[in-house]
Design a protein around this ligand. Structure first.
Ligand code: PLP
Length: 403
């Protein structure tokens, strides 16, 4: 495929990347999403929006984040392979999620909205969005299942400190799915004053496009930085795939380059039903949360239960653009289980002094595996976030390995 016109051709006017994507919405919300799409297409080209977003990234978020050569980690492989990281763990709030939350917040301000609405599972998207709301002086309502609220006390506290309302959802299993339903319902009543902010490259059009665009700073920076540092392109790049935002942001600017691209899905405890969240690897085409993509589903088409050690990767579907990249063969989707992710978590901590998020540890584990099999070549992995949030869980469940 020729990628020179890719960003003009995809998604099409219906928000489709090939056969994936679209906007499956109740009639009441269809015009609302058309309005967001129209506003985004106007605003994102205005020089005021572009220069303001640039200023925010530099002065508030601390961008560009560096890329870093992992010398000791690379040497530990004994294959002459070189591993580099894009350091999204150094982005303000400690992960890539703030990249699209600041974009969504700025769009809301330009549209004259007064409130940001979202759901959150583990609380990472809620914290990033509450940060954006505080920055822009907007109200913020975060819907969260009561089961998740009990599990994620530090993130609930962070959201409240930042001035957000955390609204408990008591229906059903009281986790992410019910929180999505509750947030959509609230949005139906408040769309005139509020905007619904999706936390990954998922949901109805235009969110997969918008979130990818806001995350592309990751790949644009990394591509320039890598060439400035080494004089070359990496042979391969990789990133973990939950909904697919940090990976889409890294991958998109490299699509036209002679670079192998790997999306790493969480294999959890194994390939059995409910033991993983590898939606591309084991899923089938289906519709969830307003878009069509690869979905882990039951016989009746409802979403399957998912699990992985990294709660940020626990989503039964994947962004529609990834499903398209998989179908055309441009990106290869691979898996990494809990055990290899935990091993990479400790290796990066001990050999480089960087504690990665358990999500990011999946990408690092794959870079290590690739490095063992590709003598003398270079791979760039996205370190999507820092691991501070995971240390209690790792200590309780795994303890400290022998040195
Ligand atoms: C949420 C999260 C992810 C997974 O989300 P994507 O949309 O797939 O990027 C990955 N890494 C970190 C650190 C996260 O917080």
């Amino acid at each position: 495929m020729d990628f020179s016109t890719y960003f003009r051709d995809y998604p099409n006017a219906e928000g489709r990347f090939g056969e994936f994507g679209g906007a499956y919405l109740p009639p009441e919300l269809q015009t609302v999403f058309v309005e967001i799409d129209r506003a985004y297409h106007q605003i994102c080209h205005s020089s005021r929006f572009i220069s303001e977003l640039r200023r925010i990234r530099k002065e508030f978020q601390g961008r560009p984040t560096p890329i870093y050569y992992c010398e000791r980690l690379s040497q530990s492989l004994n294959t002459g392979c070189h591993i580099y990281l894009k350091r999204e763990d150094l982005n303000h709030t400690g992960a890539h999620k703030l990249n699209h939350c600041m974009g969504e917040g700025l769009l809301a301000s330009f549209m004259g909205k007064k409130k940001l609405i979202a759901e959150t599972g583990a609380g990472q998207h809620g914290v990033a969005l509450a940060t954006a709301a505080a920055y822009f002086g907007l109200k913020c309502d975060i819907y969260m299942g009561t089961v998740d609220i009990a599990k994620q006390a530090p993130n609930v506290a962070r959201m409240k400190i930042l001035g957000a309302r955390v609204i408990p959802v008591t229906k059903g299993l009281q986790t992410l799915k019910e929180a999505v339903d509750a947030a959509f319902e609230a949005y139906l009543n408040e769309y005139q004053d509020a905007i619904y902010c999706i936390g990954s490259v998922v949901g109805p059009h235009p969110f997969p496009l918008m979130v990818r665009d806001f995350q592309m700073c990751v790949g644009i920076e990394a591509r320039e930085q890598f060439q400035a540092m080494t004089g070359e392109m990496p042979d391969a790049i990789c990133a973990c795939v939950g909904g697919g935002s940090n990976s889409a942001g890294l991958f998109a600017p490299f699509l036209g380059d002679p670079v192998d691209i790997y999306g790493v899905e969480p294999l959890g405890r194994g390939s059995g039903h409910g033991e993983h969240a590898a939606s591309m690897t084991y899923g089938k085409k289906g519709v969830l949360h307003g878009f069509e993509s690869m979905l882990l589903q039951e016989q009746d088409g409802s979403a399957s239960p998912v699990y992985s050690v990294a709660s940020g990767l626990d989503y039964p579907a994947v962004g529609p653009e990834h499903a398209f990249w998989n179908q055309i063969g441009r990106v290869k989707y691979v898996t990494c289980d809990d055990r290899d992710a935990i091993d990479a978590f400790f290796k990066l901590s001990r050999l480089e002094g960087i504690i990665p998020a358990l999500e990011s540890a999946h990408a690092i584990a794959y870079a290590l595996k690739w490095g063992r099999e590709n003598q003398g070549r270079t791979i760039l992995a996205n370190c999507s976030g820092r691991g501070d949030k995971d240390i209690d869980y790792v200590m309780e469940n795994y303890g400290i390995p022998e040195i």
